[in-house]
Design a protein around this ligand. Structure first.
Ligand SMILES: Cc1cc2nc3c(=O)[nH]c(=O)nc-3n(C[C@H](O)[C@H](O)[C@H](O)COP(=O)(O)OP(=O)(O)OC[C@H]3O[C@@H](n4cnc5c(N)ncnc54)[C@H](O)[C@@H]3O)c2cc1C
Length: 501
């Protein structure tokens, strides 16, 4: 066991951890030491190959195949220098005021959040893509929404020099996506922050104010900044930013559940469906930015968002209900598929929670509630209308009575895609927006941190990632995570002088 001493230890380097590292890095010039402990690798440029299974294994936690305890939802999250920002699509929207009202966190002000979100819009190069970068899949979606009278908007995205490879979710091989791995972390390192990759934190020892971590040697990526081995890192302030599954798990392993009844609870994840419609002619979707448009037309009334998307063969095949000739026929029409991603806006419930098993590994209990199932079925019908209005010959609705719904039956969608068709194990649900577990709030009875990410009752311990969300973001979350992490950095900066060595 080796001992290290730093002023500030940050666990995780994703949207939250990368942001807080950069925001605190000017302190290094005054002699403050900051270390980011990141369990994932830092890949070399040539290791971004764009190959689906290889990159899933390199960049996603458990290869992207983490399942909830009842196996009803697959959770995808990043495991790398830059966390999930390495694999995200980069669509950038601020939190809505109506969502913040539902969150109801005293001391979390909309204007403050907006101001900080705008800062990261500028820092991470967020803008609207010009028309020539919009591919067929996105054009068809926007056009059909307008025909049907569904509200549709273009996504601002954070790319710089995008070459339209469509590989965002496998880690951009052209270095064009402006995640924390491209923007905040390199800047933090230039200012003096040490980022230790391949460094998995097991737990925090609150009595000794130390972090227990293991650094591994891996076959891929740059070698870690510290020698392989076990470490005990003493810090004046510890900031946990390991994501909505692993931050609660670290705090649970650290024995903090006793005083914090909400720890691990109120996990939300925008349960998602990947839907496809088959055309008679090729649809450009393998080139261009994959996610340029969204519709929030049904967000308030039916609880779902529709977004464009492009998924790779393995993930697309996994999203189809059933086996045999029909899925095979659909997959062999891959170049003619139009794709839509559905996100259900799930409510935060105490029973949806992260716990740890006997080996200390995180386990996620998540039940697809009746309102979420109903939203997802209604979203299948709305998506089918969009596919048909775009000219699709047939669509696959996983809750449908038959594998395909043909264009000639487009006036019978309510009957052909029934609510009771949503059967456990038949419909493949995934999630890439993991939130909650260390929710902000007023006190330890119903929350884990205050409105500035400070863990109740532990003045040197902070949380700075998506686990802070008291409810779901109801929109793509990364900009809000960065805005919250920016607040946490401000609080740590103010409190550091009071914290003992
Ligand atoms: C495929 C995909 C597409 C997405 N697209 C978008 C999008 O277009 N727009 C948007 O707003 N959001 C998008 N998201 C969501 C967004 O990326 C996440 O919400 C955000 O990155 C979460 O930030 P975070 O800091 O909470 O966690 P992460 O960014 O996941 O970072 C957590 C980090 O902690 C590390 N870690 C975990 N456990 C430990 C440990 N024990 N010790 C040390 N380190 C640890 C992990 O390796 C990881 O690097 C997408 C996500 C995915 C997976």
């Amino acid at each position: 066991m080796r001992d290290k001493q730093v002023d500030i230890a940050i666990i995780g380097s994703g949207a939250g951890g990368g942001t807080v590292a950069k925001a605190l890095s000017p302190l290094c010039r005054d002699g403050v030491s900051v270390a980011v402990l990141e369990s994932g690798p830092r890949l070399k440029e040539e290791e971004y190959t764009g190959r689906e299974l290889e990159m899933a294994e390199r960049l996603y936690f458990d290869g992207g195949g983490v399942l909830t305890r009842d196996r009803s939802v697959t959770l995808a999250f990043g495991h790398a220098y830059g966390g999930s920002t390495v694999v995200y699509t980069g669509t950038s929207l601020p939190l809505r005021e109506s969502t913040l009202r539902k969150w109801n966190v005293r001391g979390l002000d909309f204007d403050d959040l907006q101001r900080r979100s705008r800062k990261y819009f500028a820092e991470n190069h967020v803008h609207l893509l010009p028309d020539e970068c919009i591919n067929d899949n996105n054009r068809l979606f926007a056009g059909a929404c307008r025909t049907l009278g569904y509200r549709v908007e273009q996504f601002p995205v954070n790319v710089d020099g995008c070459r339209g490879s469509g590989l965002c979710n496998l880690g951009c091989p052209n270095g064009a996506k402006m995640g924390t791995h491209r923007v905040q972390l390199p800047q933090a390192e230039r200012n003096g922050v040490t980022v230790v990759t391949n460094c998995a934190v097991d737990r925090i020892d609150p009595a000794a104010r130390t972090v227990r971590a293991t650094v591994r040697r891996e076959a891929i990526g740059h070698p870690p900044a510290w020698e392989p081995g076990e470490y005990r890192v003493r810090a004046r302030a510890v900031i946990v930013a390991a994501g909505a599954v692993n931050s609660p798990a670290i705090l649970l392993r650290s024995g903090l559940a006793g005083d914090l009844k909400a720890l691990g609870r109120y996990f939300t994840c925008h349960p998602a469906l990947i839907l496809v419609g088959q055309h008679d002619h090729p649809i450009t979707n393998f080139s261009g930015h994959p996610k340029s448009y969204y519709s929030d037309h049904f967000a308030e009334s039916e609880g779902f968002l529709l977004e464009t998307c492009m998924y790779f063969p393995f993930v697309t095949a996994k999203s189809l209900a059933g086996f045999g000739d029909e899925p095979r026929a659909l997959m062999s029409a891959m170049d003619r598929l139009q794709m839509i991603l559905v996100l259900a806006l799930d409510a935060a419930l105490p029973g949806n929670r992260v716990t740890v098993n006997g080996r200390g590994e995180p386990v996620v209990d998540y039940r697809l509630s009746e309102p979420v199932r109903a939203s997802l079925v209604k979203a299948m019908r709305a998506s089918a209308r969009i596919f048909f209005a775009s000219g699709a010959r047939r669509v696959h609705a996983p809750a449908g009575r038959t594998f395909f719904v043909e264009a000639g039956d487009s006036d019978r969608l309510d009957d052909l895609i029934p609510l009771e068709g949503f059967k456990a194990g038949k419909v493949s649900v995934s999630s890439a927006h993991l939130m909650g577990g260390c929710r902000m709030g007023d006190g330890p009875a119903a929350s884990v941190t205050d409105a500035w990410g400070g863990v109740h009752g532990v003045p040197w311990l902070f949380v700075a990632d998506a686990s802070l969300f008291p409810g779901s973001a109801e929109i793509n979350p990364y900009i809000t995570i960065m805005a919250l992490a920016d607040r946490v950095a401000e609080r740590v900066r103010g409190r550091l002088p009071e914290l003992p060595q």
